[in-house]
Design a protein around this ligand. Structure first.
Ligand code: PRX
Length: 539
């Protein structure tokens, strides 16, 4: 690793007068370097409207946001949530929160009231930035300050535009160091409530290093990450890393639409594109003729993340888009990309980035074992909020345990095998079965619930629920629809099961835990006695 690409050099490069601060590094630093007029954010509205914010605009608005927080009495180290559509205020709120020395906690607008309330409570929310429509739709959320973007602030909330208008754009950035907490992302394991993974300002060092190394991102590149900033990919690689790299970030408010997406690449001249296997499979399904109608020659580097990238998707993109998708691997806890497939070899995750040590831990006869990484690195999470025991359980024998099963080929490159636990990956979103089961159990008809990821040709997996009913309750299509509706109302479309089935009873371990693995084996028609043949078997 050359000196200029080392973390120490990047840390020095990104640090300012007040120390290392992600928000400052992403916006104000470029102004200090004389690039304030460069386009930072190219917003594309749902209706096709466009708005460009320069780095100077972002620096100013986010300073105002930081000052507004201070005026509300929100102090350093306290948590500010965002619950917003993909609009410029989301970026302003994120950067301003970081510049105030507060912890930024993004939420996904497709979450229902239950996951939102849980996360706001776990994160001890001091403020939430949202819209009037979302505020009303999600019901009463318990948070001291609601800042309403886009006007129409309901009673008892603050109008964000008015707060920003009255705030001081010259307010100094809070002095933060590499170890001060910066980001809080909720994530799920097999059991228990979601966990709040905390990363520190130093994470931006590895985020920038990885954006350069794995996404080939250079200053001035037009860059588009299709992930919503309500998810960790959309915060880190949709906003923070590309801004810190000096790119022009495309933020698309609209939902997935094949022709719209190709049109956006053509019109914005997107050079670097970061997306997910589910999105790529949806594009593939729409056929090869459509992309030929667009000028996609601006594309220079394509990368994918979040779920297994099928080899066919790599071959298809090379053939049809003119560039292959490069796989990248990371997770919320690692804070930045750890492995990347530099050569876009189909079926391969890739090799560790510079400075990252990776191993296959305790491989079986086939060479399959858990992917473990050698701590520390700048973006490694600093722990799960209020949960030292679960934090400690992630580390063993000097390694960080990822919970993913991999094997290493003769070429030294890593291949993805599956999860070592019951975590579900639906359209790249990490879903804890426990959170879904808990909501199903609230329904008076349900005695037991077990939730699995069912393989799906497009989404990778979909959430499928199995329920056992209370005595005297009869199964019917109407009850199935009612249970799915109940789950959707409480959990929102991102987490709710898409399918539900009834079972006379659910299989248990001796200690009484539901054997989701067996439910999955039955669903896939695999022999029940041989659970090791499951895709995510081994455990
Ligand atoms: O199982 C791995 C899968 O996504 C998990 C991390 O999910 P999350 O914490 O939500 O992080 C999102 C940021 C990527 C991992 O433990 N995963 C991630 N990348 C890949 C992947 N599975 C297969 N191939 C990948 N490239």
């Amino acid at each position: 690793m050359s000196d200029s690409s080392s973390w120490a050099a990047i840390r020095a490069e990104l640090s300012g007068p007040a120390g290392l601060n992600m928000g400052w590094a992403a916006a104000d630093r470029h102004v200090a370097l004389g690039h304030g007029e460069a386009p930072a954010l190219r917003w594309v509205g749902r209706d096709g409207a466009e708005r460009t914010l320069t780095y100077a605009d972002l620096a100013e608005h986010s300073s105002r946001f930081a000052d507004a927080l201070r005026r509300l009495g929100v102090r350093r180290g306290e948590t500010v949530f965002t619950l917003l559509p993909r609009v410029p205020d989301l970026v302003v709120a994120l950067l301003g929160t970081l510049k105030a020395g507060c912890v930024a906690a993004p939420l996904y607008a497709a979450f229902g009231p239950e996951p939102l309330r849980l996360r706001l409570a776990l994160g001890r929310a001091r403020a939430v930035v949202t819209t009037a429509a979302l505020w009303r739709r999600k019901g009463p959320l318990d948070v001291p300050h609601a800042l309403i973007a886009g006007g129409d602030a309901p009673e008892g909330t603050h109008d964000l535009a008015a707060l920003l208008g009255a705030a001081d754009p010259q307010v100094p950035v809070a002095p933060t160091g590499p170890d001060d907490p910066a980001l809080l992302h909720f994530t799920s394991g097999t059991t228990g409530a979601p966990k709040g993974a905390l990363t520190a300002h130093d994470a931006v060092v590895a985020q920038v290093a990885s954006a350069r190394a794995a996404l080939d991102l250079r200053p001035g590149d037009v860059y588009w990450c299709t992930a919503d900033p309500g998810w960790v990919t959309g915060t880190v690689y949709g906003v923070l890393a590309p801004l810190a790299c000096g790119a022009t970030v495309v933020l698309d408010e609209g939902d997935f639409d094949t022709a719209r997406w190709y049109g956006l690449i053509e019109r914005q001249r997107v050079a670097v594109w970061y997306s997910t296997p589910t999105a790529i499979r949806l594009l593939m399904r729409a056929g090869d003729d459509l992309p030929r109608r667009f000028d996609l020659t601006s594309l220079r580097h394509l990368a994918s993340v979040g779920e297994p990238l099928n080899p066919e998707a790599v071959l298809w993109s090379r053939r049809t888009l003119g560039r292959p998708f490069h796989d990248t691997w990371w997770q919320t806890e690692t804070g930045s990309i750890m492995l990347a497939n530099r050569d876009a070899t189909p079926g391969v995750l890739g090799a560790p980035l510079p400075g990252i040590g990776a191993e296959v831990w305790r491989p079986d006869a086939e060479g399959v074992g858990e992917l473990v990484l050698r701590p520390p690195w700048p973006s490694l999470f600093r722990g799960y909020l209020d949960d030292p025991a679960r934090t400690a359980a992630c580390f063993a024998e000097g390694w960080y345990r990822t919970g993913d099963l991999v094997r290493r080929g003769a070429d030294g490159l890593f291949r993805f095998v599956g999860r070592a636990d019951d975590v579900i990956k639906a359209s790249g979103h990490r879903i804890g079965p426990f959170e879904v089961e808990s909501v199903l159990l609230e329904h008076p008809a349900v005695a037991e619930a077990g939730v699995i990821g069912k393989p799906d040709p497009v989404a990778g997996e979909i959430v499928k629920a199995f329920v056992a009913l209370k005595p005297g309750v009869a199964w019917s299509d109407a009850l199935a629809a009612e249970l799915l509706g109940h789950a959707r109302r409480r959990l929102g479309p991102a987490l709710a099961p898409k399918e539900i089935a009834v079972a006379p009873s659910l299989p248990h371990t001796r200690s009484g835990k539901i054997l989701r693995r067996l439910l999955k084996a039955r669903e896939l028609g695999l022999p029940e006695g041989d659970l090791s043949t499951l895709e995510d078997g081994a455990g």
